[in-house]
Ligand binder design. Structure first.
Ligand SMILES: *Cc1c(COP(=O)(O)O)cnc(C)c1O
Length: 382
């Protein structure tokens, strides 16, 4: 059971893009103090690294490196480590996380070019190849798989294939898809994928991770402008000193993550989890649409991770809606797209169809009480 709401004692679930609702099994795995010098702990780290490579890569070709911090630390570490000073990175921008990669690239002094698309349009492979033709100096392409801003699932398999013979390195922010949507370095034609502990693997926050081709890791020595975010050095220490982190590692988060990986396996792996998320998301949209809410994205671009809905007309008020749902045990998320007034509901984490049904009943009740949904009687009338 998750923490009850302090005021009402109701169990609260997070319907957010992370941190997520985790199981007590995962949280209980943290209830232990371990030393970073202990080989039992280093075994756990090495096992996690191996499992991540098995999940999305190939053991003889790829390797995994973990880095302290949230997902953004992993993205900043990856851009700084893999893109050389002399290089230039094309960043796909159709949401806040793409824009954040541009900001990071600029902040750390890289040459960055934006491939801009509207937030409601997927990244289009032919526009990207045109940009590559026009900018032959580009060495790296960076893209977000699931743009959590809107819920858009960018078709990176197609994009990766379209750019695969151009000699550019392809870096994917798979933060909110890895573990919840089947993907691999091969399926995306990617060289590097980045994700974090508290998204679809369903662990708790505390570190980010990168699975990359060894070739790319080896070639990145000495490139990072940051000491703490140097993935090459972090990788070298993990490789040569058997799972050691350079600086204090988030031991409790690591223990929880190892349990989360075991739990993912018990659920039936990524395809079973993907199926559960798809079921959750389909139930959510169907139920919300039948209440009169309108989703931002057309179904063909919608990920099974998080859904953006337009705000209904007044008397709807997001803060009041949020508080009323929270009081009933459901924590939703504000909108993040720039051109529309929206809110978001995530369906990843330890969330099941029964939770979505309870949520929909709560939304209907709250909407009627607040007067932005028609009452039962009004709806029953022809
Ligand atoms: C969550 C997320 C991130 C990282 O965000 P943090 O708050 O730093 O963990 C990056 N990209 C995407 C697509 C995300 O969903």
């Amino acid at each position: 059971m998750t923490q009850p709401d302090q005021a009402t004692g109701t169990r609260q679930i997070l319907l957010t893009p992370g941190p997520l609702t985790t199981t007590s099994r995962v949280r209980e795995a943290m209830n232990r103090d371990v030393s970073t010098w202990d080989t039992d702990y280093n075994d756990v780290v090495q096992d996690i690294r191996r499992q991540l490579v098995d999940l999305v890569g190939q053991a003889d070709r790829d390797s995994a490196v973990l880095v302290q911090g949230s997902g953004t630390f992993g993205i900043e570490a990856a851009l700084g480590t893999f893109v050389p000073r002399s290089g230039s990175v094309l960043v796909i921008d159709n949401g806040a996380y793409g824009r954040r990669m541009l900001t990071i690239a600029e902040r750390i002094g890289l040459t960055a070019v934006s491939a801009h698309f509207p937030e409601t349009a997927p990244a289009d492979a032919s526009s990207v190849t045109n940009l590559l033709n026009a900018n032959p100096d580009i060495t790296h392409v960076a893209a977000v798989h699931c743009e959590t801003t809107s819920g858009m699932l960018n078709p990176l398999e197609e994009l990766g294939e379209a750019i695969s013979d151009r000699g550019v390195t392809f870096l994917v922010d798979a933060m909110s898809s890895l573990g919840g949507i089947p993907l691999s370095l091969d399926s995306l034609h990617a060289d590097i994928v980045v994700s974090s502990a508290n998204k679809c693997i369903q662990g708790v926050p505390g570190f980010a991770f990168v699975v990359a081709r060894r070739r790319a890791l080896e070639a990145s020595e000495g490139q990072a402008p940051s000491l703490a975010l140097d993935l090459h050095d972090q990788w070298q220490v993990m490789e040569s000193q058997y799972g050691k982190w350079r600086f204090t590692s988030p031991t409790h988060t690591v223990l929880a993550f190892a349990e989360a990986l075991a739990e993912l396996h018990d659920e039936g792996g990524v395809s079973a989890r993907h199926h559960r998320y798809c079921t959750n998301q389909a139930l959510l949209v169907e139920g919300m649409e039948s209440l009169g809410f309108v989703a931002l994205l057309p179904r063909e671009h919608q990920s099974p991770i998080i859904t953006t809905f337009h705000n209904p007309s007044p008397p709807f008020d997001f803060d009041t809606f949020y508080q009323a749902l929270k009081h009933r045990g459901f924590v939703i998320y504000p909108g993040k797209v720039t051109d529309a007034d929206t809110f978001r509901i995530g369906n990843i984490g330890d969330i099941h169809p029964a939770d979505i049904r309870r949520l929909l009943a709560a939304i209907e009740q709250v909407g009627r009480d607040a007067g932005f949904l028609p009452s039962h009687n009004a709806r029953a009338q022809p």
